[in-house]
Design a protein around this ligand. Structure first.
Ligand SMILES: Nc1nc2c(ncn2[C@@H]2O[C@H](COP(=O)(O)OP(=O)(O)OP(=O)(O)O)[C@@H](O)[C@H]2O)c(=O)[nH]1
Ligand SMILES: [Mg+2]
Length: 295
């Protein structure tokens, strides 16, 4: 049998469960997940290889109307991912469907992108009345803009096989793009900075998580002894720096400890993690700074 291989962009509104779906498919934590919207800021690649099929998933930031340069770049990642994909997975948060229906941006992509768009109705485990699913599927089918419609619950790993099988139908015949043992192409530095950012998202509130970035300044692998990681947490104002540090350094200590545990799990190495906080006013609108943060 000839091999099939292609790219699948996972798109949707913030918090729809895109990163959860990527992690569920790859049975590995590649993309950070938090209850807060706009967790994912960059494009995260995950490679699924099974038998003669290889799907390269692109997890993307949630679709929003951008206000900052950073968010404009985030939306460029979404468009680039769609352009490069062979098939698009549009995730809908079914808890919000009754109020919002299918978001306009997704309808546009399904209608105009020229790509097969598979609509995944996610978080069906949260529905009080699952009888509403079938009529929704029928209604969406009648629109004739989606290649397929699949109810799912990424968090509960429900219907993941169905999603994979449906994507595979749309894959072109092509040799594998990546080695079949490869899971991702992101650097360890990227994973480490994301794991720290995930804990900041979980432990802070209001505007603070959105004003924060993490930059890895030093990453020293050591043959003997703990690996050394020096990371900088960037915030926009002095007041935010004080909050991140917390009284008697309590919060930054907690961020550091929780992150270190996750980083050690990820790297399979013991780590000495040093965190510093730096104030960079308006970094979200500073294209030079953004570039240095890898945007
Ligand atoms: N109950 C339930 N919760 C889910 C499901 N999928 C995701 N979630 C939760 O929804 C929240 C957001 O999940 P993410 O995977 O970070 O969502 P996302 O679409 O990647 O969000 P952004 O990166 O912000 O665009 C998390 O709290 C997840 O645990 C699901 O199928 N059922
Ligand atoms: Mg995400």
């Amino acid at each position: 049998m000839p091999t099939k291989s292609g790219y699948a962009a996972i798109i949707g509104k913030p918090n729809a469960g895109k990163s959860t779906l990527l992690n569920a498919i790859l049975e590995s934590k590649l993309s950070i997940v938090t209850p807060k919207p706009q967790t994912t800021r960059k494009r995260v690649l995950g490679i699924y290889t099974n038998g003669d099929n290889q799907i390269i998933f692109l997890d993307t930031p949630g679709i929003i109307n951008p206000r900052y340069t950073m968010q404009k770049i985030m939306m460029d990642y979404v468009s680039e991912s769609i352009n490069e994909s062979d098939v698009v997975i549009a995730l809908i948060d079914m808890e919000k469907y009754a109020e919002e229906g299918i978001p306009e941006a997704i309808m546009q992509i399904a209608t105009n992108s020229g790509k097969p768009v598979i609509c995944v109705l996610n978080k069906v485990d949260r529905l009080l009345d699952r009888k509403m699913i079938l009529p929704v599927i029928e209604k969406l089918n009648a629109l004739k803009v989606f290649a397929d419609i699949i109810p799912a619950a990424a968090l509960k790993k429900m219907n993941i096989d169905d999603i994979i099988e449906t994507i595979t139908k749309h894959l072109p015949e092509h040799e594998f793009y990546f080695d079949e043992d490869l899971l991702s192409t992101q650097t360890e530095r990227f994973f480490v900075s994301e794991l720290i950012r995930e804990n900041i998202f979980i432990l802070t509130k209001e505007e603070l998580p959105y004003s924060t970035e993490v930059s890895i300044l030093e990453f020293k692998e050591r043959a003997y002894g703990k690996w050394y990681i020096h990371a900088e947490i960037i915030v926009e104002r002095d007041s935010q720096k004080r909050i991140i540090i917390g009284s008697e350094g309590k919060l930054i200590k907690e961020i550091g400890e929780r992150s270190r545990i996750k980083i050690e799990e990820h790297l399979g190495e013991e780590v000495f993690l040093e965190l510093f906080v730096k104030v960079r006013p308006n970094w979200r609108d500073d294209s030079h700074k953004l570039r240095s943060f890898g945007y």
